[in-house]
Design a protein around this ligand. Structure first.
Ligand code: ADP
Length: 456
């Protein structure tokens, strides 16, 4: 596997080598186009000035003069065509065609620096060869000579040049090292992130990332931690849900099994037999309701579930719901009043029926003997509001916080038939309609549930 780090290092190296090549080619072009010509002209001028000075100097002083010139940084070759003498730094390659020498002695100027046969590279500037010189003629005591010279590059490379070269070298090494360290520092949190992701994949949700940075990686770490916490919460809820479901299935099944065993006893009285059968019937109903509610919740959980919205008479749906429960109301001697404005609402009638069923059965279940229930349907400019109010047991503010949680039931002893899923279903259906549920309750006094559904 090619790691991000090795990729970064290789890319940095390639960029450095690439820029070095481009820089070299650019300076080379500049040398050939501009510097070479100027350099040649400059050295021709110097050579000429030396030549004209020589012609005015005494011949016995010439050696000293050339030696001094050699000392200050010129490589010199003086020849009369037959014999020659070198001064200053030594040439690596001393070969020179006699034709060139003859031509210079004959009065021509030799532009060896300009013509030096290296087309692509600046290396011509450094080539320590006799042919890489400027040649000028001079005459002493009617004898013609040729003077070839070039600046001694080794001498010209002064301390400043060495310092500059050192500076560039140190800069290159330091920036390379800094880049490598920076890359390591940059990649370390990504490695941590990868490890944490592996842990998550193995359902270990307690690995929070400890990356304290203000940049994009820091942001990523924060988002990762938020995601981990959510997954942890989801996992907790999932486990709790499974344990609740198992428990809520297990206890009625145990009851049913127990009462069936009792029923097997032939010495039971008719009254006992009826009592046990009724309990079995109730527990079976409870199981059936639980299964239906769980199926409904699962289908509501599917985020892709689409509402089957259709315009229908909401007031009539509420009226029909009331008449469905009339016998239960009468049995408990409860008073139910309603105030319903005729209203057409565009919603999923099948799902909303679940909302009214759950709220009305709660208002009956958690009511008192001779209690009252009031239902009101109002139309506002942007929404419709259904209020279901009862004068029943009521709940405390603390309990109110939790009633919409799945499986939450205030009555711990579970004397009332229920699953703790009803209000969770109500909330989910109302929210699917982009509406809201609000519950107000006063203990021992009564409860109000407001459902607001926005008009489309
Ligand atoms: P359940 O199936 O137990 O009725 P719900 O989700 O419908 O489940 O309600 C959750 C809990 O909220 C109930 O157990 C009950 O204690 C409380 N509750 C719901 N509606 C009312 C109400 N109208 N009056 C008093 N308590 C209520």
């Amino acid at each position: 596997m090619k790691t991000l780090y090795s990729k970064f290092v290789i890319t940095t190296m390639l960029v450095m080598i690439g820029s070095l090549c481009i820089g070299f080619l650019a300076t080379n072009t500049y040398y050939h186009q501009v510097v070479k010509e100027k350099n040649d002209a400059k050295n021709v001028n110097i050579a000429r000035e030396i030549a004209s000075y020589i012609e005015t100097t005494k011949p016995e002083d010439l050696d000293k003069y050339f030696t001094t010139l050699g000392g200050i940084g010129y490589q010199i070759y003086v020849t009369d065509g037959d014999e020659g003498q070198f001064f200053g730094g030594e040439y690596r390659d001393k070969s020179m065609s006699s034709k060139v020498v003859d031509r210079v002695i004959g009065g021509e100027i030799y532009h060896g620096m300009r013509e030096f046969p290296k087309e692509t590279f600046v290396t011509g500037f450094f080539a320590n060869e006799l042919i890489n010189t400027i040649g000028v003629p001079f005459t002493i005591e009617n004898k013609h000579y040729a003077l070839f010279l070039r600046p001694d590059i080794r001498l010209l490379f002064s301390e400043v040049h060495t310092i500059l070269a050192g500076l560039i070298l140190v800069m290159t090494i330091l920036s390379l090292l800094a880049m490598l360290l920076f890359a390591k520092a940059l990649i370390r949190p990504i490695t941590k992130l990868t490890e944490a992701t592996h842990q998550l994949a193995h359902e270990k949700f307690d690995t929070l990332l400890n990356i304290d940075r203000a940049d994009e990686i820091g942001q990523l770490a924060i988002s990762f931690n938020v995601m981990t916490e959510k997954l942890q919460e989801n996992d907790r809820m999932r486990k709790e849900f499974i344990s609740n479901v198992s428990h809520d299935f297990q206890s009625p099944l145990l009851n049913i099994q127990g009462y069936i065993d009792l029923l097997k006893n032939p010495s039971l009285t008719e009254q006992e037999r009826q009592e046990y059968t009724m309990i079995i019937e109730l527990e079976t109903k409870r199981l059936s309701t639980l299964t239906k509610q769980l199926l409904l919740l699962t289908s509501l959980d599917q985020s892709t579930r689409l509402l089957k919205r259709e315009p229908y008479r909401l007031d009539e749906q509420l009226r029909e719901t009331v008449s469905k429960y009339r016998w239960q109301l009468e049995e408990a001697n409860m008073q139910l009043t309603y105030q319903l404005v005729p209203l057409i609402y565009s919603g999923d009638a099948g799902l909303l029926q679940n909302v009214w069923d759950n709220l009305l059965t709660n208002a009956i279940k958690y009511n008192v003997e001779n209690g009252e229930i009031h239902i009101r349907l109002l139309e506002q400019s942007t929404y419709v509001e259904v209020l279901i109010e009862d004068s029943g047991l009521g709940i405390t503010a603390d309990q109110l916080q939790q009633v919409f949680d799945r499986f939450y039931r205030v009555d711990a002893s579970r004397t009332k038939q229920g699953t703790g899923l009803g209000l969770a279903i109500v909330k989910q259906i109302v929210e699917l309609h982009e509406g809201s549920v609000q519950m107000e309750s006063v203990i021992h006094s009564g409860t109000k549930v407001f459902i607001r559904l926005p008009k489309l």
